[in-house]
Design a protein around this ligand. Sequence first.
Ligand code: ATP
Length: 199
Amino acid sequence: MHLKSLTVKGFKSFASATTLRLEPGITCVVGPNGSGKSNVVDAIAWVLGEQGAKALRGGKMEDVIFAGTAGRAPLGRAEVTLTIDNNDGALPIDYTEVSITRRMFRDGASEYEINGNSCRLLDIQELLSDSGIGREMHIIVGQGRLDAMLHAKPEDRRSFIEEAAGVLKHRKRKEKAIRKLDAMQVNLNRLNDLTAELR
Ligand code: ATP
């Protein structure tokens, strides 16, 4: 699995539709300070479902929409599409290429799509959950993040490792199963009480 391309339109400094094609291996983005290199990484985090404006270096989520420049009016929506090569079947979907799209309007409404079909954020999170691209975005190590990881509390560091190892999903399933078992036990107790009363 590798990221094949990223198309940004109306996202942060990218007013016009811009597509970056990525080859397998290492890709470097170079450019002068303030030219939008980190905005490319923000676009990847955002399309994968990032919900925190701070994580995207903004004050509010609307800040991801192109705010205008001296020569160009602000836009009403931001749109990012990330295309992933799925020839190795790392994503549990019957497509060799998977495109994930997120669109957001100034009123705060968001839309998500998988291969052009409308979906929920949850569908994207579930699709990615086994691939190591998790909800907590540990695949993106921002400036200063490495330092934070080294100084993190042991339990926080453990959650990084668990997500990378794919344990988190099973932990969530286990918690759900325990909740169901508890509910079942309550029902069983009630049934036993009723049976005892009827005897
Ligand atoms: P550095 O090398 O200093 O880290 P960079 O190349 O990573 O810089 P970014 O931080 O990605 O640069 O981009 C910053 C630029 O993006 C700034 O010029 C800022 O004005 C612009 N920008 C951010 N959000 C928006 C927005 N919503 N609308 C228009 N421009 C934006």
